[in-house]
Design a binder for this molecule. Sequence first.
Ligand code: PXP
Length: 237
Amino acid sequence: MIKLGVNIDHIATLREARKTYEPDPVEAAKICEEAGCDSIVCHLREDRRHIKDSDVVRLRKSVRTRLNLEMSVAKEIVAFACKIRPDQATLVPEKRQEITTEGGLDVKKNIGSVKAVVGKLMKSRIAVSLFINPVKAQIDASAESGARIIELHTGEYANAKTSAERKRQLNILRAATAHALSLGLEVNAGHGLNYTNVKDVAAIEGMNELNIGHSIVSCAVFTGLDEAVREMKGLIR
Ligand code: PXP
């Protein structure tokens, strides 16, 4: 059955808006696991804008499913990952000014450095996934790097403005998945998936896991707001 990884970065983003202790991403991870998710995803960015080192340390202790750490190939982040040993590391490109991860990792261009980082992480017994665009050359380079898992960037599909374009992007994802499977890679996907566009991607033959953050946290705000106001109103009364 296809798996769901929940990205909890936005819980930490909200906490950092006040630089306080709530909401706690570790508590959020527990709720996600109780609700049936298959893994917890968080991104330790070089600028630590949301998830902090201490969150990853606490998540490592509390996560009962799998902890998937999104990270760049920066030396200090790789050293941290090797120390903490998440179940999985997903290598992503990282730019300081971006709002979220824009585009996939250029594995083809950076094959030397990616290969070295993949080797280092795997030596620490961390499964390694590469977040890439659904492009044949990037899939081939990913297989060459030694990584056994890829995550296809679904941003172009999610951003498609017409149904024809969405269909075209879906076919690209289908072909990329089939090609990666033929090379023996495990295939995951994510970015921009939401309650209206997820089904077609989940139906792709051979897809293993979908990683979703923004849409789930956005939905949670509204499914939880009613109860939160009632509880506060009750206390005030
Ligand atoms: N997968 C990867 C590699 C990501 O970088 C992100 C965004 O942090 C996601 C999945 C989740 O994307 P979204 O928040 O749009 O669901």
